[in-house]
Design a protein. Structure first.
Length: 57
């Protein structure tokens, strides 16, 4: 389960992307997370997924 707080969510997701997943699709599939909802929740704090860096920046 992802943290509800957007800043904690950002930290959690970026750590998982860095350490375990090659891309956002793999993370979402493995953790059974709605990709669109995740992207929107981090856009609220002005973070957007960068596929080249494989992180939200």
């Amino acid at each position: 389960m992802l943290p509800m707080d957007p800043v904690m969510r950002l930290s959690f997701v970026n750590t998982k992307l860095r350490d375990y997943y090659d891309n956002l699709d793999a993370l979402c599939q493995d953790l059974d997370v709605d990709k669109e909802e995740l992207v929107k929740s981090l856009a609220v704090i002005d973070y957007h997924y960068d596929a080249q860096k494989n992180q939200f920046t």
